[in-house]
Design a protein around this ligand. Structure first.
Ligand SMILES: [Zn+2]
Length: 394
């Protein structure tokens, strides 16, 4: 196998006989939170470009012949699968330059695009990362770390020696969808039919008219998420109309409980990653609204663990969030929530830079009285977030 896919400290790539083709296996037991490997991406898409797919081609052409071959060899799917993605770009690109590219790399265009779309994480394609198959029950998380310029893959749970290392290519709540929907999404977005353990188990149960326990949990999870969204919408509506008086403490407690139920199910399913941090934040938010600092801190600590398991203890995100979680006080959590809601260049798979948070502001974070709140109001007099000023009045 190419020197570019040599074994890493914890893994090796094996050519399997199954339909999955190449797969990555743990050569030793890997504790959760371990950095399995990190690598510099070999292709990066410029999401701000009008022609991001076409722009990949000159970058591809600039790679060594060996790397080019590796990319062309990355996917077994029909190379025309993603043709539609470039159709629009053909029209935008000045004809002359397109022909120029086509002349040079025409025979590879479709393959490069297919390889990229099937294997990239966010906007980045890394060779070792591309050797990780998708699973709807992943045990690893890949994120591009802007601080190092590398793709970092961490174990989100303990991975036993000999176990396959997999990540998920489904974004956010798509991973909670029923098996048929997940497969449908993966075919459209990534060009393959998922044959992961979770899908195979669900398929088997379906064929014998049984209910897969895991699919049942996913259905419960979807119901709870739905319940939360519906009730949160009701709350927001009340706020819009009735001002501050509309907040019923029982209702706030109820929302917190539903969000906590979501967290519990996500954790039971083994799907807790930084993609689901919102749900921990909701529990923290409503707990703080009810002045329940203990519960907020409890979920803050859970959140720290999830960050650790997704992007590792060495990441800046983990260090920052840990500092803030030690005394989950509204100021810090809101700052984190705001930061997380800022769109980053690379979408979900970027490790956010929390450096903007500045020092941990320990005096505010740890004290538990009025001072922090009043100071925060001074800091954000025009803050549009309803919870900033309104929920504090409960
Ligand atoms: Zn699957």
């Amino acid at each position: 196998m190419s020197q570019h896919i040599q074994p890493t400290r914890f893994t090796k790539v094996v050519e399997t006989n199954s339909k999955k083709g190449r797969a990555t296996f743990a050569t030793t037991t890997i504790p959760g939170g371990t950095l399995i490997f990190s690598e510099e991406p070999i292709l990066t898409m410029d999401a701000t470009s009008e022609t991001p797919h076409i722009d990949l081609l000159p970058s591809f052409a600039a790679l060594s012949e060996e790397l080019q071959e590796l990319i062309l060899d990355l996917t077994a799917i029909d190379p025309t699968s993603f043709r539609h993605l470039v159709w629009k770009e053909f029209e935008i690109r000045p004809r002359g330059s397109w022909w120029d590219i086509n002349q040079k790399h025409g025979e590879h265009i479709k393959q490069v695009l297919a390889a990229f779309n099937t294997n990239a994480v966010g906007q980045h394609l890394g060779i070792h990362t591309a050797m990780l198959n998708h699973s709807c029950l992943p045990n690893a998380y890949a994120a591009f770390d802007e601080a190092t310029g590398e793709m970092a893959v961490h174990a989100t749970k303990e991975i036993k020696e000999g176990e396959e290392v997999c990540l998920s290519h489904l974004e956010g709540p798509d991973l909670f969808a029923p098996m048929n929907e997940r497969r449908g999404l993966l075919v459209v977005q990534r060009g393959f039919t998922c044959l992961c353990d979770a899908c195979m188990e669900a398929e088997q149960c379906e064929s014998t008219q049984q209910e897969s326990p895991r699919e049942k949990l996913r259905a419960e999870l979807r119901n709870l998420i739905d319940k939360y969204r519906r009730n949160e919408a009701t709350l927001m509506k009340k706020f819009g109309k009735g001002g501050h008086g509309g907040l019923d403490p029982d209702f706030v407690t109820f929302l917190g409980e539903v969000a906590a139920g979501v967290v519990e199910l996500v954790e039971r399913l083994g799907l807790a990653t930084i993609d689901n941090l919102d749900w921990y934040e909701y529990v923290i938010r409503w707990s703080l609204a009810m002045k329940n600092g203990e519960r907020a801190t409890e979920y803050g600590k859970k959140m720290v663990k999830v960050v650790y398991m997704s992007v590792g203890g060495e990441s800046q995100m983990h260090g920052d969030i840990e500092q803030h979680a030690s005394g989950a006080k509204s100021v810090a959590w809101r700052k984190i929530a705001k930061l997380r809601s800022k769109p980053s260049g690379d979408g979900r798979h970027s490790i956010m830079k929390t450096s903007e948070l500045g020092p941990a502001e320990e005096d505010e974070v740890e004290q538990d009285g009025e001072k922090a709140e009043s100071r925060e109001q001074e800091e954000n007099p025009n803050d549009g977030d309803y919870e900033d000023e309104d929920l504090e009045k409960l």
